[in-house]
Design a protein around this ligand. Structure first.
Ligand code: ADP
Length: 329
């Protein structure tokens, strides 16, 4: 059986009339009557690391699958690398890299055999193959494991190998669906450093994640909630959204003993607009000028304040606030 193999040089075609790497306009996808992606519009530019966040089931994978040309939208339009996701999906599949949550590595093949297999599938010509394979092996730093069976690698190394396979045809755009799920913090940091290196050399990333520290590292973010894109922009821009810190309000980080009980007491106070627990602290949004009253009231109730500091909203504050206000609409 012969495999139809696209030529890698063709993969590099990027239409000159398209300045955006991804352009999405009112894209929707229904499964039966359920709307999994609801009129999403956004743009991703070259070298962006675009992070897509949102709770489980909010539509992230469905959106990625439409952008990769694997799933047909119900309505709306999208272009990826200048190609239409419906009429030119084959071009898209050849030109992008996609590391899905269930990335397929052949566990009974060695590392080098897996990379070589994907190089062939993606149509890297035999002339370019060795150079390209050496290049991705160096990029992901997997040289010491080349002859190891991929099934015996740790989670972090499996992900690096999957990344090498997704990069072997030198795509300009890479989709990564939860690339760091289930790997340890060091492997997570290493993988992100790798994404930065690649982005500096011209690769654009569209990444889903649940981790806020990863979101902070993205150049741009989108937040999907109940199938709708409820926030989109640079992380610092999102922190400036007026809805997140309404006029006349300020946000403090409070470290205190008996966090849960303290939270309950704080929420009873009229001037406290919002309070959210973050590991060992509470972020409170209060009306400006009530700081002393707050401290006094909480101390009178027998709590011991360890610290009380004015803070800018974190991304988690942004998303918590936006999802709460979305629920009230
Ligand atoms: P996320 O990636 O944010 O976790 P998904 O895009 O996987 O969300 O799923 C969004 C919603 O669409 C979920 O409720 C999911 O059950 C539903 N869904 C996804 N794919 C299908 C499918 N092929 N058939 C029916 N429902 C689906």
């Amino acid at each position: 059986m012969s495999l139809s193999i696209p030529n890698v040089e063709e993969n590099q075609i990027f239409r000159p009339d398209s300045s955006d790497i991804i352009r999405i306009d009112e894209l929707s996808r229904k499964f039966g009557s359920y709307v999994a992606v609801d009129h999403v519009s956004l743009t991703v530019r070259e070298r962006n690391i675009f992070g897509l966040l949102g709770p489980n089931g909010s539509g992230k994978t469905t959106l990625i699958r439409m952008l990769c040309g694997i799933l047909r939208p119900t309505s709306g339009k999208a272009q990826v690398l200048g190609y239409d996701v419906v009429t030119e999906s084959e071009e898209i599949k050849k030109s992008i890299g996609y590391m899905s949550q269930q990335f397929s590595l052949y566990s009974d093949l060695t590392v080098i055999e897996n990379i070589t297999f994907y190089a062939k599938v993606y149509g890297v010509t035999w002339r370019q193959r060795k150079e390209r394979i050496d290049e991705v092996v160096n990029i992901v730093g997997i040289k010491p494991y080349l002859n190891q069976l991929s099934g015996s690698l740790s989670g972090g190394w499996k992900r690096r190998l999957a990344l090498a396979c997704a990069l072997v045809h030198k795509p300009k755009l890479l989709f990564l669906d939860e690339p760091t799920a289930g790997i340890d913090p060091v492997a997570r940091r290493d993988l992100w450093n790798l994404l930065f290196d690649l982005s500096a050399t011209g690769t654009t990333f569209f990444v889903t994640t649940h981790y806020m520290d990863e979101a902070e590292r993205c150049s741009h973010l989108g937040y999907l909630y109940f199938s709708k894109l409820i926030a989109c922009g640079h992380p610092e821009e999102l922190k400036e959204i007026p809805q997140v810190t309404p006029e006349g309000c300020v946000r403090y980080e409070l470290k205190i003993d008996r966090l849960t009980e303290a939270m309950r007491e704080l929420l009873k106070m009229d001037f406290v607009q919002d309070a959210t627990m973050f590991s060992d602290a509470i972020h409170i949004l209060i009306e400006q000028g009530y700081e002393e009253e707050l401290k006094q009231s909480i101390q009178e109730k027998g709590f011991h304040i360890k610290s009380f500091q004015l803070i800018r909203p974190t991304l988690e504050d942004v998303f918590v606030t936006l999802t709460r206000s979305f629920g009230k609409e």
